[in-house]
Design a protein around this ligand. Structure first.
Ligand code: 5GP
Length: 208
């Protein structure tokens, strides 16, 4: 397989409560795609309904630190008192097989990915308004008031980094947001830098 036939690495970030998980699930439910999700590793406690190995690989702090030391994470960051990171091996394997890989990660880790893999596609998901974030975090009912407030503060800091992303997508309605992300993925595939090699093969080496 040629280098340019590798899948796209798609990084989705956005403040806590913006609905990244819901939009991602809507994206994966769309027909005809080649998307795969990279399951992250975390030291955070499992929420009711979450499944180990599906939502996250839930590990201890010691296990996480061992992965860092062994160089087995593409990126990692601390988020409101817990570690989160992307296992490296699976990402490369999937990209080599021509699959698109979706990372749903916070800003600090996303910027590490950008510096290591500059041709990744960086998407920042925003809410239609600030109140929507608070309402969502409250409605989820899985965090204490203190943690919610920490997450809101963190969201404000993350917003300020949105300008470092390639695209900003508004999550006004889940299916609309998923449609916009799919449109971005299609447009990225058509970018000259990603597709010119195929065209050159078609016309061969002729000079006129
Ligand atoms: P939550 O605890 O709500 O599942 O996730 C908290 C934050 O960590 C979210 O912004 C989520 O996108 C981010 N996150 C999830 N997995 C990773 C990861 O592998 N790396 C980084 N840097 N952030 C992650």
């Amino acid at each position: 397989m040629k280098l340019n036939d590798r899948g796209l690495l798609i990084v989705i970030s956005g403040p806590s409560g913006v609905g990244k998980g819901t939009v991602r699930r809507a994206l994966f439910n769309m027909p005809k795609h080649n998307l795969t999700y990279s399951v992250s590793m975390t030291t955070r406690k499992m929420r009711p309904g979450e499944v180990d190995g599906v939502d996250y690989y839930f590990v201890t702090k010691e296990q996480f630190e061992q992965k860092i030391n062994e160089g087995k994470l593409l990126e990692h960051a601390e988020f409101v008192g817990n570690y989160y990171g992307t296992p490296l091996d699976k990402v490369n394997e999937k990209l080599d097989n021509g699959n698109e890989v979706v990372l749903e990660i916070e800003v600090e880790g996303a910027l590490q990915v950008k510096s290591k893999m500059p041709d990744c596609v960086m998407i920042f998901l925003v809410p239609p308004g600030k109140q929507a974030l608070y309402d969502r975090l409250k409605a989820r009912g899985t965090e204490s008031e203190e943690v919610i407030n920490e997450r809101i503060k963190k969201a404000n800091r993350e917003f300020k980094k949105a300008y470092l992303y390639d695209y900003i997508v508004v999550n006004d309605e889940v299916n609309n947001a998923a449609d916009r992300i799919m449109a971005i993925i299609r447009a990225e595939h058509a970018k000259t830098a990603r597709s010119i090699h195929k065209y050159m093969e078609l016309i061969g080496e002729s000079e006129d």
